[in-house]
Design a protein around this ligand. Structure first.
Ligand code: ATP
Length: 629
């Protein structure tokens, strides 16, 4: 239970009513969060901070929230901080009157520039008292830093960072640096923020609100956020309306992307019957391209990626396609699709590798486009002002058919099969592979599990790939965090890489394999070149690895690679899932890993999670058989 009743926001505030919230109040809160392990206590600490802001300076609640989750705008606006380590080292050295070499040496030893910034700044004596940093001002400066572009913009950015650092004190420098790096790493996840915010608003209105009421607020706010992930709207609505009305005011809207629903891996056709029951599921082709959530409204088309980034500029050719495919009665809609490369002469889907050769951004007009694409629509989330998230898949498919029509070579509905025969499903799977698809997506069609659940990876959607049937397992999406120098033919390049999965609970990258194969020479040269631009002084404090796999050089976590492997084993060298595995610090390692491709559509924190690695480890037949014994 929460100890909220003892708390009085007006007594807790370290600033005066109506005055801007000092940044120190926020950085101290983040510091307390980082030192706390219990989820309940973290929720309490953060909630009480938000309550104080609401009681004393309510107009600062949004910047305070954004800074706490380390963002400066809703995800789909694509405004992000992420200043390279090299630049930050330089500014920090200047701001603390030290040499770059000195800061680099410290970084090699400690791995965390944030704590270095704190210790350097706090040792420094200042002649005069710098101006106090405020939450609204830091937020404003961060936005300026993230958005300024053009000539001399880097120098301007660094100038602003220096000014912030010079004025910073106590815990402030640590969190300024970490925010600028793009990672706070204090264990304040989205779930906790949602819980704290819902409690804060409820207690702000009624300090004696019951635990049950707080729970209700939490549930409702999560629903709102999954449909409309924009804090501005959430806070406004939560403050203005009673809990029971929140979902009436914040819901799915054309123009604001939602996080897509994801699938779990199935190992074979029999699993489908175990999971779903006969007649309750449908198998669709799993197209191998790029996910696109397409919003059509006011005669405008917006295309959002798997990460809710705006990719409209990448596909100017699809804008007209979507408008033409929409029926005249369609005022607005949100559909879930896969974009694939397509050969119009042979009427066939082309492999993913071809799609990945298309320019990534700002394609000007359609004339320069060499790779034609086609859309395969598989779901409808919203149609003519009505959200369909709560409807079953059959209904959503019907609505999709009411909203759009097939356009040869340009817009199709995903091919599907409803069958209770495993032979037929097996045949359908083989056909999908022959058609350059990855396999099947098998989905629950009716009943409670068949609604569209944004952001959830559930067993109501299962992916069935040919590889799994051969016992090779699903592929992994891993982050290269280090590399080894190449020898012989690979001299001058990197000969191998150290790859990690991501543990979101501890915000750590945990190694799971070394890899040296699967690369063409060309690819190896390209990747070596790209990663060379992300070199850092030494491993970050949040990289977890065994001594025996220590890399020659270390990288910033920036890329995600798809990797296939033969199987998984417990390994003393690696650290994947070490906290959940509880095997005395051992982790899970991949055997015989092979590079497949770079996942351009994933950021490092969307890499395969430690829990997923563990699930796959436990799902191996060997493990299952051992458990049975
Ligand atoms: P992860 O690797 O984290 O699981 P992913 O992006 O690789 O994520 P999967 O869960 O493997 O996604 O598979 C789902 C992906 O398959 C979707 O994100 C989508 O891009 C693609 N896809 C292709 N055809 C379909 C379909 N018919 N229904 C749903 N998704 C499809």
């Amino acid at each position: 239970t929460f100890a909220y009743h003892k708390f009085d926001p007006s007594k807790a505030a370290t600033w005066k009513k109506g005055e801007p919230v000092p940044y120190l109040a926020l950085s101290n809160t983040l510091d307390s969060v980082s030192e706390t392990k219990s989820r309940i206590r973290i929720t309490e600490i953060f909630c009480n901070f938000l309550r104080t802001v609401l009681a004393i300076t309510p107009e600062d609640i949004l910047p305070a929230l954004y800074l706490s989750i380390n963002s400066i705008a809703p995800a789909h606006e694509g405004i992000e901080l992420g200043i390279g380590e090299g630049s930050l080292v330089k500014v920090l050295a200047e701001a603390s009157a030290k040499t770059v070499k000195h800061v680099r040496e410290m970084l090699k030893k400690k791995g965390d520039l944030g704590t270095i910034a704190k210790s350097l700044k706090n040792k420094q004596s200042t002649m005069f008292k710098p101006k106090i940093l405020t939450v609204r001002n830091v937020f404003h400066e961060f936005r300026e830093i993230a958005t300024s572009s053009g000539k001399n913009s880097m120098a301007k950015k660094l100038g602003k960072i220096k000014t912030l650092l010079v004025s910073s004190r106590e815990t402030e420098p640590q969190y300024i640096i970490r925010s600028l790096e793009g990672k706070l790493r204090i264990g304040l996840g989205e779930e906790t923020v949602m819980a704290s915010l819902s409690h804060a608003v409820t207690l702000h209105k009624d300090p004696n609100a019951s635990t049950q009421k707080l729970k209700e607020a939490e549930e409702q706010l999560k629903v709102c956020f999954s449909e409309c992930p924009v804090y501005d709207q959430l806070v406004q609505t939560a403050l203005k309306y009673p809990i029971s009305e929140w979902t009436n005011h914040v819901h799915l809207k054309a123009g604001i992307p939602v996080k897509p629903m994801l699938a779990k891996a199935a190992k074979g056709v029999t699993e489908l019957f175990d999971r779903f029951g006969e007649g309750q599921f449908s198998c669709e082709y799993k197209y191998d391209g790029e996910r696109a959530q397409i919003h059509l409204f006011n005669n405008t088309v917006k295309i959002y990626s798997r990460n809710m980034e705006d990719h409209t500029n990448k596909y100017p050719d699809l804008i007209e396609v979507v408008k033409k495919a929409a029926l005249s009665t369609t005022k607005n809609a949100i559909i879930d699709c896969e974009v694939v490369a397509y050969d119009r002469e042979t009427c066939t889907i082309r492999p993913f590798q071809i799609l990945s050769t298309r320019a990534r951004k700002n394609v000007e007009g359609t004339a320069s486009i060499k790779v034609a694409v086609c859309l395969y629509a598989f779901d409808c989330l919203f149609f003519n002002d009505v959200s369909l998230l709560g409807n079953d898949l059959l209904t959503r498919r019907q609505e999709l058919n009411k909203a759009f029509q097939v356009l040869q070579h340009e817009f199709y509905f995903a091919t599907y099969l409803d069958s209770s025969s495993s032979d037929e499903i097996e045949k359908f799977l083989n056909e999908s592979i022959k058609g350059n698809c990855e396999g099947l997506m098998v989905k629950k069609t009716v009943g409670p599990g068949s609604r569209y659940e944004p952001a959830r990876r559930t067993v109501n959607w299962l992916k069935l790939k040919k590889d799994y049937l051969l016992g090779v397992g699903d592929s992994f999406d891993l982050v290269p965090i280090g590399a080894y120098y190449g020898k012989g033919k690979r001299a001058g390049l990197f000969g191998g890489f150290l790859l990690a999965c991501y543990d979101p609970d501890n915000e750590a990258y945990q190694t799971t394999c070394k890899i040296g194969s699967g690369f063409s020479d060309e690819m190896l040269a390209k990747l070596s070149g790209e990663l060379r631009g992300n070199l850092i002084e030494g491993p970050k404090s949040y990289y977890e690895y065994g001594d025996s796999v220590k890399a020659d050089v270390w990288f910033e976590a920036t890329q995600v690679w798809e990797i296939k492997a033969a199987d998984l084993t417990i390994s003393p060298a690696h650290r994947a899932a070490q906290n959940i595995l509880e095997q005395g610090g051992k982790g899970i390692g991949l055997r015989f890993p092979r590079f497949v491709r770079v996942r351009e559509d994933k950021q490092p924190d969307l890499a395969t999670s430690a829990q997923q690695v563990l699930d796959m480890f436990e799902n191996q037949d060997v493990q299952k058989n051992q458990k049975r014994k």
